[in-house]
Write a protein that binds this ligand. Sequence first.
Ligand code: NAD
Length: 360
Amino acid sequence: MKLNIAVIKGDGIGPEIVTEAMKVLDGVAEKFGHEIEYTQLLMGGASIDVHGVPLTDETIEKAKAADAVLMGSIGGDTNTSPWYKLEPSLRPEAGLLKIRKALNLFANVRPALLYEDLADACPLKKEVAEQGFDMVIMRELTGGLYFGKRNTTVIDGVKTAVDTLEYNENEIRRIAIKAFDIAMKRRKSVISVDKANVLDSSRLWREVVNEVAKDYPEVKLSHMLVDNCAMQLVKDPSQFDVVLTENMFGDILSDEASMITGSIGMLSSASLNETKFGLYEPSHGSAPDIAGLGIANPIATILSAAMMLRFTFDLDEEADAIENSIKKVLKDGYRTGDLYSEGMKKVNCSEMGDLILANI
Ligand code: NAD
């Protein structure tokens, strides 16, 4: 298969961790007989330095022409970097918002998986952590409260602010379809999270999700209220496979889910549109405090590359090979600085990439 991948290395540790992900992808391509063509693109601070803006229209067109985008992280030290003296629309993060919008990336997928060998990093009770968990949070990214009409006015001398939570059935249907498609590649269970006991938007959400479920008879669907879900995530996270939810609930729950894995350098993320196209990136930022030292953990980015193989290219076996290699390397006791504890073998960013490649 020919894979046409746009690569945005980004800022800070971005170039270091993306280089390792490309190394692993190249190894997979060689082993499984694929051909990868990379197109290097600039975004964030790196683009500001060259073009004066965080994302050019030409870059957007090149990203659109690719099958998928693999990204490091963008941005610098917000206190000291000259990028943050620019007006907000010219700062690195504006590029991220612009590309998400331009590519119509409405579905955000964030896996939260507790690796057996990293269970000590989990802040939950030992008996809960021992059960393990492996879920993805599927969050709607372009609708709901963050995009609805808002204003602040003074009514009868009293300051009043209004935000609007609005969803139409098409917006709900397209993300529900994505969630069920992903569930079919996993343990075939979707828990849709809403607040249907109070909100009209949630009642419509539930109705449309139930309709979509009819096309996926193999997938078990259940509904959970968001307040209960927040509790269940810390009480019994092993019950979740795919968690489907709207924008604001997803914002909060995905952070909660990532917190219980206990390791920021392990968290991958994908943003998808209606086609097979996706933008794949680690959940963490550009870590300017350790940039250039070669000690960053590349695993979140390598896991994002594995998701790309699975979701955009339907190369499940290849994605499994990467994920299993990572489990093996952790089992063998190798750790980058962020995960290191006594008795383990400390490796740097590129050594971790080499080890993962060697176990493919
Ligand atoms: P951060 O995630 O970059 O770093 C938080 C802490 O985690 C730091 O101590 C860092 O060293 C550590 N860390 C993060 N990733 C690591 C890795 N792979 N290996 C080892 N340690 C790692 O968050 P921050 O410091 O708040 O933000 C730094 C910059 O990143 C800011 O400019 C911010 O806007 C940007 N940012 C970008 C994205 C993105 O590109 N999607 C996301 C979040 C933050």
